[in-house]
Design a protein around this ligand. Structure first.
Ligand code: F6P
Length: 361
């Protein structure tokens, strides 16, 4: 490799706040410090599949304004189109992985930084192995479920949004003596529900990692009323199942589920069982957008700088991670074997229980 490198960056999977802080940090380090050329690939791996290739050369001029503060991703993202089983217009699926590998070669990249969640990391790791690509990864997802890192870009903003929602819901719940349920995202992990539920003063938190019984939920509401609380706040993670174990959501053709509906299910059940006035707010994609919190900008900046330095050192196949107050890096293959859900015996669950918050168990 010559000292003037050509590197690429792409944002893959669902977006979140803080992605632009990562891209900006990569640009400042790679272009500003090392004098390399940086290519921003559009719409995740789609930019490497399209012909002509879909990308732009990024210059420092792009980052003189408010990019650090912007939600979303200036490069675009795509959470569809696994290149190993790419959905074709005629309904069939095709392995298009070689086209992406060709795209990487055509751009003449010395390295590619992938800002993605666990699904994207799995795909990129397989592509890297197949095509001998030099990749490094930056963890991002509001779900915070990527292993071997204590935090992912986007998670803190999502918790902030969900907490703020509870700050707004509590006064109206109190004014009308209602039960209010907040359904939050998180896929199969209950991190957003747990953190926002504690920070936002929820009475009950339901997460996929801790099975619940409806009778425990309603008896907790009754206890609160006996103690003079006329309202109750419940936070529920989207992947929580019905009491009989049914997953609620929409199943796609590929078999994956887009979760949604548990809030309304709980509302019906609680109304039937208690007769109390109950309302639901489904927070949805509000958790993914908006101005990133300082913490997400900080993590994004630290991760972006370290990712570029890994390319400088020729350390590929690794993901940057936050561990014990430091940025480190870990092999992507190890990350893929470590899903990070809520630990039912962990500090935050103990904290919640210590505060008298019920998990319905
Ligand atoms: O993985 C991030 C996430 O926001 C999940 O929390 C949620 O289940 C999913 O993506 C929603 O996906 P989509 O944007 O495709 O509706």
């Amino acid at each position: 490799m010559s000292s003037e490198k050509r590197i690429g960056v792409l944002t893959s999977g669902g977006d979140c706040s803080g992605l632009n802080a990562v891209i900006r940090a990569i640009a400042r380090r790679a272009i500003g410090e090392y004098g390399w050329r940086l290519f921003g690939i559009h719409d995740g791996t789609m930019g490497l599949l399209r012909r002509p290739l879909d990308y732009e050369e990024l210059t420092l001029k792009v980052f003189t304004g408010n990019v650090l503060r912007m939600g979303g991703t200036i490069l675009g993202a795509s959470s569809k189109g696994d290149p190993f089983a790419f959905p074709m217009p005629d309904g069939s699926v095709k392995d298009r992985s070689d086209e992406i590998i060709e795209g990487y070669r055509e751009l003449g990249l010395d390295g590619l930084i992938v800002i993605g969640g666990d699904g994207s990391l799995r795909i990129m790791q397989a592509l890297a192995e197949r095509g001998n690509l030099n990749i490094v990864a930056v963890p991002k997802t509001i779900d915070n479920d990527i292993g071997l890192t204590e935090t992912c870009v986007g998670y803190n903003t999502a918790v902030y949004v969900a907490t703020e929602a509870l700050d707004r819901l509590q006064p109206t719940a109190a004014s009308h003596s209602r039960v209010i349920i907040l359904e939050v995202m998180g896929r199969d992990a209950g991190h957003i529900a747990l953190a926002s539920g504690i920070a936002g003063g929820a009475d009950i938190i339901l997460i996929p990692e801790i099975p619940y019984r409806l009778e425990n939920v309603t008896s907790r509401i009754s206890q609160l009323r006996e103690k003079g609380h006329t309202h109750a706040l419940i936070v529920v993670a989207e992947a929580v199942k019905t009491e009989s174990g049914e997953t609620l959501g929409v199943r796609s053709e590929s078999g994956s589920v887009r979760y949604g509906g548990i809030g309304n299910y709980l509302k019906e059940q609680i109304t039937d069982l208690t007769g109390l006035e109950t309302r639901v707010t489904v927070l949805g994609h509000l958790q993914r957008g908006g101005v990133p919190t300082p913490r997400d900008r900080l993590m994004g900046s630290a991760f972006g700088v370290h990712a570029v330095d890994m390319i400088k050192e020729g350390k590929f196949g690794h993901m940057v991670a936050w561990q014990n107050r430091r940025v480190v890096d870990v092999p992507i293959s190890d990350v893929l074997g470590h899903y990070y859900g809520v630990d039912p015996q962990g500090t935050l669950v103990k904290t919640a229980r210590g505060l008298g918050i019920s998990f319905g168990d």
